[in-house]
Design a protein around this ligand. Structure first.
Ligand code: SAM
Length: 306
């Protein structure tokens, strides 16, 4: 790719660098701590050793890849791959600032087609919060299998969004199957909000990269791709919410392809609806006892030796 024609930003860099934390430093710090916990878990699963070479697929700003170099030490080498050229540029700048760029290689490629990484050349493949956005997850798993050496390890950590879509779909069903006067105005707004961020019909859920699969499908995709010793843990944790203010709540979005609530309210709510929504939801969001449910699937597997 010609360095002079690279876009400076895209949907992925906008979210990773701004949309995820809404520009709030306290929230950004709390979010970072949460994400770092997921990264450590994926790295535990990868069991990287000094001298090995691995690829972090959908590396984003290099959080996992650069942490792996720090954590494992020695002469661990890493491929950072991503479809986002701006994110790879950012990751490269961070690697240079930390003086580890000589141990990094950067590849702008989709997870489903890692052209440039030779067959059987890697000791491990990691990916965190990437497969959720890949429509053909089976193709990505086959590609991970291709680039791993026999005995090579796979470690994945993915958010599971299906329940969010099912909740949006349930709201739609209630609204469509009830007499209009029986549906509360707040439920209509809740649905409009959720349906702007997640698919809310059977067909849309099935066709969706983020909601059209369950953690069990991840196991099936890995097995079908040829992996052995497939192990999946689904972690569902109700944690104290890290969203402490209404402003953070409306300025952030749950994933890179979802608009923040502020945009949804501006575009899809009347002034009266905005007022009703904020009056009803602000106390819930700013309640110090508020909790958030996190759903993460961690999968490890191995490419058979023979
Ligand atoms: C939520 S971010 C996670 C970034 C990083 N893995 C981390 O843990 O911080 C999702 C990343 O996946 C990348 N991505 C999305 N679709 C992809 C695809 N088909 N192939 C490779 N990367 C992809 C995006 O560019 C973005 O960097």
């Amino acid at each position: 790719m010609d360095e002079n024609t690279l876009p400076e930003r895209d949907v992925w860099s906008d979210w990773l660098r701004h949309g995820r934390d809404g520009g709030d430093p306290d929230y950004a710090q709390a979010m970072r701590a949460l994400v770092e916990r997921y990264v450590e878990r994926v790295l535990d699963g990868a069991a990287l050793q000094p001298g090995e070479t691995f690829a972090d697929i959908g590396a984003g700003e290099g959080l996992l890849a650069l942490r792996a170099l720090e954590r494992t030490g020695g002469d661990l080498h890493v491929w950072l791959t991503d479809i986002s050229a701006p994110m790879l540029q950012h990751a490269r700048a961070l690697a240079e600032a930390r003086r580890v760029a000589s141990r990094c290689r950067f590849l702008c490629a989709p997870a489903e087609q890692l052209k440039g990484i030779a067959d059987g050349s890697l000791d491990a493949v990691t990916t965190r919060s990437v497969l959720a956005y890949v429509l053909d997850k089976s193709a990505a798993l086959r590609e991970f299998h291709r680039v791993l050496r026999p005995g090579g390890r796979l470690s994945i950590g993915e958010p599971v969004f299906q329940d969010e879509a099912v909740a949006a779909q349930a709201m739609r069903t209630v609204i469509e199957s009830s007499p209009p006067e029986a549906v509360s105005p707040l439920l209509r707004l809740m649905h409009r909000w959720k349906a702007s961020q997640f698919p809310d019909t059977d067909a849309a859920i099935r066709a969706s990269a983020i909601a059209g699969y369950s953690e069990r499908d991840l196991v099936r995709f890995a097995q079908t791709a040829g992996f052995a010793d497939v192990h999946l843990e689904l972690h569902i944790d109700t944690l104290p919410s890290i969203v402490r203010t209404w402003e953070v709540f409306i300025n952030t979005s749950p994933h890179p392809l979802a608009p923040p609530l502020r945009t949804i309210m501006d575009e899809k709510f009347s002034p009266g609806e905005r007022e009703l929504f904020e009056r009803s939801m602000r106390p819930v969001i700013e309640d110090p006892r508020a909790v958030n449910t996190e759903r993460m699937a961690y999968l490890t597997a191995r490419k058979p030796r023979a």
